[in-house]
Design a protein around this ligand. Structure first.
Ligand SMILES: Cc1cc2nc3c(=O)[nH]c(=O)nc-3n(C[C@H](O)[C@H](O)[C@H](O)COP(=O)(O)O)c2cc1C
Length: 253
């Protein structure tokens, strides 16, 4: 099978008869993987603004959809912690845990409610957050500070194949897939739906940006090894699949 054919096959419908007969780890009774990557005990977590205390009022969903655009030019204005809290919640916020802890329901849909992503942030200009690399804990609605990184703006642009606007953002979202979360349930049929799941997440980021006067741009052109290394990922059990720089929009003249 050539690569084009392989790629097209990846996009086609599951072979349901085979999928149903498949021996998955779930059917074998293997315990489900954690819904979020654990943090070492004693790690100091960064508090975010509680979704019940968000103070944003508009625009309407209709207006947000009508206005949505990819933005590649950002102002120097920092984002507030409330804005970042909102954008994190809008993209991965947990509404409830279901099926005795096997799955979670969130602000975005996910095949089998597996939610196979970890969210990383490269923070460049956010009020109340020191610049550096962070990971979001959706179950706790908190951030883990991973480390400061010298020249982060240049390094994140370089990881995105030299796309300069990425490093000019206030904060760059990076979604890493933990494929086993979906594979546990769907085995070899997981990978198409993981890719579809990522689209839902970034669309919510686009729409939520409209609410806070910010802009974003989905970034699929990146260097796998550089992006994984920057966020400290092993590149197999967890690897970057999609990025999105976010910044306040320059005032129109
Ligand atoms: C999966 C995906 C990957 C993308 N990757 C990039 C990218 O690497 N660099 C970039 O400048 N734009 C990227 N874009 C943005 C598209 O170029 C943009 O959506 C398209 O030009 C249409 O513009 P609009 O989003 O304003 O409608 C990507 C969009 C998607 C959905």
């Amino acid at each position: 099978m050539d690569e084009i054919e392989q790629g097209r096959r990846f996009l086609k419908a599951w072979r349901w008869r085979e999928a149903r007969a498949l021996e998955t780890d779930q059917k074998r009774g293997i315990p489900h993987p954690p819904l979020q990557k654990p943090v070492p005990e004693g790690t100091q977590l960064v508090e975010l603004v509680d979704p019940e205390r968000f103070s944003f009022s508009g625009p309407s969903v209709v207006e947000a959809i009508a206005r949505r655009r990819s933005h590649r030019s950002f102002s120097q204005e920092p984002l507030t912690l409330e804005e970042v809290s909102f954008l994190l919640w809008a993209t991965q916020g947990v509404q409830r845990i279901v099926r005795e802890g096997i799955a979670s329901l969130r602000t975005v849909p996910s095949a089998g409610a597996r939610h196979p992503f970890e969210t990383y942030l490269a923070v460049l200009r956010v009020q109340g957050l020191k610049p550096g690399l962070y990971r979001y804990l959706p179950l706790d609605h908190k951030l883990v500070f991973l480390r400061a990184e010298e020249g982060l703006d240049d390094k994140i642009s370089e990881a995105c194949l030299g796309q300069r606007f990425v490093g000019e953002a206030a904060v760059v979202w990076a979604w890493a897939a933990v494929p086993y979360r979906t594979e546990w349930r769907y085995s070899v049929f997981s990978h198409k739906v993981i890719a579809i799941d990522a689209g839902h997440v970034c669309q919510n980021l686009y729409l939520a940006c409209e609410v806070v006067g910010a802009g974003t741009c989905g970034v699929g052109a990146y260097d796998q090894a550089k992006a994984d290394a920057l966020f400290g990922l092993d590149g197999n059990e967890e690897f970057v699949v999609y990025l999105a720089p976010v910044g306040k929009l320059p005032q129109s003249p």
